[in-house]
Design a protein around this ligand. Sequence first.
Ligand code: KIV
Ligand code: NA
Length: 265
Amino acid sequence: VKVVTTHVLHEMKLRGEKIAMLTAYDYSMARILDAAGVDVLLVGDSASNVMAGHISTLPITLDQMIYHASSVVRAVKRALVVVDMPFGTYQGNSKLALRSAIRIMKESGADAVKMEGGSEIIDSVERILSAGIPVMGHLGLTPQSIHKFGTYVVRAREEAEAKKLIEDAHLLEETGCFSIVLEKIPAKLGAQVASELKIPVIGIGAGNGVDGQVLVTHDMLGINQEFSPRFLRRYHNLYAEMMGAFQAYINDVKSLDFPNEKEQY
Ligand code: KIV
Ligand code: NA
C-alpha cells in the first residue's frame, strides 16, 4: 500500500484526482475505513456530538481527542490521519496552541492537526507550522464558532463574508497549511477558492468544484437519522440495520433460541 502523505495529496490535486476523506474516532471503524482506501481520516471534534452526545463541538477536551486519535492511529496503515484541535486549545495564545499540537502529535502519533479560522488564529497556525507540524485549515461554517454565528445555515452568501473567506484561504496557504476544509458555503465560492489555491481544498457542503470531499462517517452510514442537511448523501440506513440486529438478538435470547446446541461448550 502506498502511504498517503501531505505531498501525495498535493500530487492528487495536480493530476485532478479527487481526495476522499471521512471521519473516524475509534479503532474498529478506522480499520474498515483504511482498508476501504479512504485517503484522509479526520479525527473530528464532531466526536463531541457523534461519540459523546453533546449538542456542540465545544465541550470535547484535548485528552479526549488524543484518546480518539490514538485509537484511530493504531488501526491505520495507509490513510493520512488529521486530528481536530479542540475548542480552547489554540485560539488567542500561540504558545498554548503549539503545546496542544505537540501533545496531539506525540501522544497519538497522528500526521497533522486541523484548526478552525483564518486571520484570527494565524499566529497559532504559524507557530505550529514552525515546529514542523502539518496544519489543515478550516473555513466557512466553523462549528466551534456556533455561538458567534447563532445558526448552522450556509455561510459566506454575503459578499463581505465571502471576501474574508477568500482572503483567509490565501493567508492559510501563504502561511504554509497543506490543505483546507471549506464547510457549508456556496458551490461557486468553493470552486473559486479551489481554483485560486495550489493546496488541496476539501469540501463538506461546498459543492463539486473543490479538490475532495469529507463527510461524517456516522452520518453517511445513516446511523444518525435526525441529521439530514442537503449536503449529506446517505450510503446506508445503518440505523435500521442495527435496530433489526439488536431486536433479533433480544428476541432470540427471550425465546431461548440463543444459544443453541452448537453455540455452547
Ligand atoms: O469535526 C468534523 O467532523 C469536521 C468535518 C465535518 C470537516 O470538522
Ligand atoms: Na471539526
